[in-house]
Design a protein around this ligand. Structure first.
Ligand code: SF4
Length: 727
């Protein structure tokens, strides 16, 4: 049970774990310390609810392992020496300059995370592009969301999930691809259940594993891993053959239907069933259900994105929704559910492939706009996209990258093929790790450690899955001598003014105002010019685009920008843009969406005689990412203390493996020892291991990359099992 203690004051902020974006209130006691947390009843997103992680936030702020002061050492693995902030930042800046002078500007790379605040992404991006002078700057969101970004861009001409949670209230059919909401996004799941209590509609879940969402579904399609594009193409084959498509929508708003129609002739359910493993009649049934629904929506998470054809999977989902006229209307959408709290923020304001505000690196006009705004020459940063996170580690192996700055990301647990990553880390000439926790596994390899403040000690914005910009308020002072990431980036920029003199606003709101200015422009989707921190807080989040003109209209309608008035606007759904493309105009040159034919190529690592099992990985509800935070929370660990492997009882019986015995799992990359949990959740030739634990499933994963998004395949690996003699 959660101890209830006297709360003197409740402070509003936003939960910093997953991308749901729950509004949370932190309860402070007499002494100003955090004693508990609760959901904010007035917020649209969570309506007073929190999941276990949000409810246990109070334990986080005093958890062990927090960095208290900067540390340095000459060589990785030697004992650290405490140092001052000035010395640590001076050393880092000097090493970056030394490496770049010796090997070229692109020999240094920066990887951040989906857990920073948006103003921090923007500031770090400005420092890396405008002063350090490289495009080798990526977010760890390449491990989770890059395929969604790429798929949206290919279909609609721009990134940005077009739907929102409110679509659950309007849809007549929901299809979930590789998304296990009850464990990954419990409050989005609760929103879905709330909608179902008001009005029944069918839920179809596509997943090789019987997940908690699959248990709840009306129809579960346990497809062969990595064959989603075959299933969706086959559904579209049925829809076009039976004339169930939305002909008017296709004619008015899309290009490419004839090429798509030609390709889909090869995806008759009669033959497709042998590839995707779903019976032909079932394929026809769900195709008809989806196409005949007055509004139907698709959601997806890592089951689609973390694949060698993740981007193609997203394009197929978009094709399905375009041909059925399910984009931009209430209950009809293609909604990627993002992973980290601010995965959207990295997409919007910084990545190796784009410039702030969804401006394009390869577009001369966008490069000039950004460079002029910062007051530098656009030739300073190159027009070619930089290395994605997943390309940075191979580049370390080849010697192309010599130095690395990691911000709140833990590749020594999160990256696939860990034996290879470990070797790469050992080759770095210089590694700086900036993190809340000193004991994060990756810090074993660093030369400088910079202790960062935890989210509730900082101020700034998040964008959640439905494009809602939420505000995080600093409810606490930074712990010991840790500093907000925003402060660290600004201090570092002072050490690069010799390269380019750039103004960095000293306040977070100042940085936000720069972002508002950069986001302006006719027809831009990512327009946040009408937002201010005060408006966002009063409205409990605003969905972009929200232009100055929209804000002026809202203010005129209500009369003033006071909290109570914004609250009224929010309740009447007037604030911001719940959906994109409702007018049928897309971000392509001719304003029409692209129907892109996608042919399935089987490049998965499939089971064979030597490695007979499919290995899948995913989340459990108690933990977040690599457990840097939840691993320190008592009740999260009590409920999920150790890695385990789900195995089918019949397969286990054949190998003489008992429930709760230990086995060695072996792939072509490495091996790991785990405890077996026998369950019918997985089929006879399938295994599942949660990804949160160090030295476990990612010692086995292959990590082949999607050619468009550079996102790795975590979920389709071949492996074998050896029982361990317990005597
Ligand atoms: Fe936090 Fe996500 Fe849980 Fe909401 S669902 S409380 S955002 S972890």
């Amino acid at each position: 049970s959660i101890p209830v203690k006297a709360v003197k004051e409740w402070k509003y902020t936003t939960c910093n774990y997953c991308s749901t974006g729950c509004a949370i209130e932190i309860g402070l006691g007499e002494d100003g310390n955090v004693v508990t947390s609760r959901g904010h009843a007035g917020a649209d997103v969570n309506r007073g609810k929190l999941c276990i992680k949000g409810l246990l936030e109070a334990e986080l702020f005093t958890s062990p392992g927090r960095g208290t002061l900067p540390l340095m050492r000459e060589k990785a693995h030697l004992p650290f020496q405490p140092t001052s902030w000035d010395a640590a930042l001076d050393k880092t800046a000097a090493k970056i300059k030394e490496i770049q002078a010796k090997y070229g500007r692109d020999s240094f790379a920066v990887v951040s995370t989906g857990q920073l605040l948006t103003e921090e992404f923007y500031t770090l991006g400005k420092l890396v592009r405008g002063q350090i002078g490289t495009n080798n700057y990526d977010g760890n969101t390449t491990l989770c969301m890059a395929s969604a970004v790429s798929g949206y861009k290919r279909s609609f001409g721009s990134d940005g999930p077009p739907g929102c949670y409110d679509d659950f209230e309007h849809t007549h059919c929901l299809m979930a691809f590789g998304s296990n909401l009850p464990e990954q996004h419990p409050i989005i799941y609760w929103r879905l259940k709330e909608a179902l209590e008001k009005r029944k509609f069918p839920i179809i879940v596509v997943d090789p594993r019987v997940t908690m969402l699959a248990q709840f579904a009306d129809i579960h399609l346990p497809l062969t891993p990595g064959t989603d594009t075959v299933l969706i193409n086959s559904m579209m084959h049925v829809i076009l053959k039976e004339g169930l498509e939305d002909k008017a929508y296709i004619a008015a708003h899309t290009n490419g239907i004839e090429d798509l129609r030609t390709l889909l002739q090869d995806y008759d359910p009669k033959t497709a069933q042998h590839v995707c493993g779903i019976d032909e009649d079932r394929i026809r049934q769900v195709a008809r259900l989806y196409a005949k629904a007055p509004a139907a929506m698709s959601i997806w998470t890592m089951g689609i994105n973390q694949s060698t054809h993740g981007s193609d999977g997203v394009v197929c989902i978009n094709n399905l929704n375009l041909i059925t006229g399910n984009i931009g209307k209430p209950g009809g959408t293609s909604l990627s559910i993002t992973g980290q709290c601010n995965a959207m923020g990295t997409r919007e304001w910084s990545s190796c492939s784009g410039l702030p505000g969804y401006r394009l690196l390869e577009k001369e006009k966008d490069r000039k706009t950004v460079a002029d705004f910062w007051g530098i020459d656009e030739s300073f940063f190159p027009p070619a996209r930089g290395l994605a996170q997943t390309d940075i580690f191979p580049a370390i192996e080849t010697g192309e990258i010599k130095g690395l700055w990691l911000v709140a990301t833990n590749p020594m647990t999160s990256m696939p093929n860990q034996p290879r990553i470990r070797k790469a880390m050992e080759k770095l000439e210089f590694l700086v790790v900036q993190d809340v926790y000193e004991d994060v596994e990756t810090n074993q390899h660093s030369h400088v450690y910079l202790p960062a403040a935890v989210w509730a000690e900082k101020e700034g914005c998040h964008t959640n899955t439905e494009r809602r910009v939420n505000l995080t308020r600093n409810v606490l002072k930074p712990f010991a001598d840790s500093k907000p990431d925003f402060w660290i980036f600004n201090e570092m920029s002072k050490r690069f003014q010799d390269r380019n003199v750039i103004h960095f606003p000293p306040t977070v709101e100042g940085a936000f105002n720069e972002m508002r200015e950069l986001s302006k422009g006719e027809g831009r989707t990512l327009d946040i010019s009408g937002m201010t921190h005060a408006r966002i807080e009063a409205a409990r989040g605003i969905q972009w685009p929200y232009s100055e003109a929209q804000a002026a209209e809202d203010e005129a309608r209500i009369g003033a920008a006071e909290a109570g008035h914004y609250d009224m606007l929010r309740r009447h759904d007037f604030l911001g843009s719940p959906r994109l493309y409702g007018d049928g105009k897309f971000q392509t040159p001719d304003g029409r969406a692209k129907l892109i034919p996608v042919r399935f190529v089987n490049n998965n690592e499939c089971p064979d005689g030597e490695y007979p099992f499919w290995l899948n990985s995913g989340r459990v509800v108690e933990h977040f990412h690599t457990r840097t935070r939840t691993g320190k929370i008592g009740n999260c660990n009590k409920f999920s203390p150790t890695p385990y492997m789900e195995m089918n009882p019949d397969a286990a019986a054949e190998l003489g493996i008992q429930h709760q015995s230990y086995v060695r799992v072996i792939s072509r990359r490495g091996d790991a020892v785990v405890m077996v949990q026998l369950t019918q959740r997985v089929g006879r030739n399938m295994l599942f291991i949660p990804f949160h634990f160090h030295d476990c499933v990612n010692r086995l994963t292959l990590g082949l990359l999607d050619p468009y998004s550079r996102q790795p395949a975590f979920k389709q690996n071949a492996c074998r099992i050896e029982p361990i003699d317990q005597q």
